[in-house]
Design a protein around this ligand. Sequence first.
Ligand SMILES: [Zn+2]
Length: 365
Amino acid sequence: MGKTKSSKKKSTESVLHPFCNLPKVDRRPLPEGLNPIRERLIRVVEKKWANGTQLRYYFFDRPTDGGGRWKGPKKQQDVVRKAFKAWKDLGIGLEFREVDTREEAEIRIGFDQRDGSWSYVGRDIIDFAGDPNERTMNFGWDLTTSYGWDTALHEIGHTLGFPHAHQNPFAGIDWDENAVYNYFSGPPNYWDRQTIDWNILRKLSPQEVEGSDWDPNSIMQYAFPAGMILHPEQYRNGLEPEPGLSQIDKDQVRLFYPPIEGNDVKKLLPYESQRLNIPAGAQLNFKIKPDYSREYVIQTFGWADTVMVLFESTEEGPRYIMGDDDSGTERNAKIVCRLTRGREYVLRLRLYYSYIAGDCAVMMY
Ligand SMILES: [Zn+2]
């Protein structure tokens, strides 16, 4: 995708843009007194998908959906299709597939023009919007403009688990809060104070962001007109991120979802434990070909926080069966499931944290 220098753009161009408004969800509670390194590693990873997951997306298609307002014209849908492809073309291990029934889809997309643009963040899609008749993403303005294209990339970025860049606590942004309230309560956003706090002034906790650098050119960054940012000083006259995905966006998404090569996948055999000798945040992938059709237990052992997800390999790509996340708790991740001889399964296991590197394992029995 062409990335053009936007330095000649006037920051005032952003003045008329409506902005993404994220659904408000509570932070997952973690036990008090967790060691801060452990908490940080949990917060950075907890909304990300297991790499290799196939995320299926669906466009609402009936005149009854949302009173007819969720159905979008093909031209708008095509921009979203292209934006999924743009993320995929970075070589990431996630897969996207369009499906025509809502029950099959993790991502369900509406085009209600009265409801702004938004998406749930990463795995919140499953935890907070599991009803197949509900949207997990909405587009509330024309996507066929260059701003609309960036909007499509931005909302998909949320779906992949990325938060707003300007809420990064390392950005060190000091706001002129009155100017921010004034501006965003007016057209075209008409937000109330709570919504402005949620999307702009609220700083993410340092635990929730990867790395310590703020990327003002991220696709996850809003544009701000002059007079909102007091510090850093170079943004007093406004901040206009360059269009498209930034280099750091590309690096970040490849860090969490690197390409999966065939030889990255080991075999998981019954009663043979596999050591999790990987750094925090990394993932191991195991192939399972059961000799018998029976109930199996797949479990981690040792002091580690992991999220484990089991998929069946099918012609339409990996089909999610079940998962378990033991992060922040004293228990171990465990999946109990009937597997069928003749079929093939993939276990994907991401390590949040281990007390001693490599001091944990996974076994199937
Ligand atoms: Zn957003």
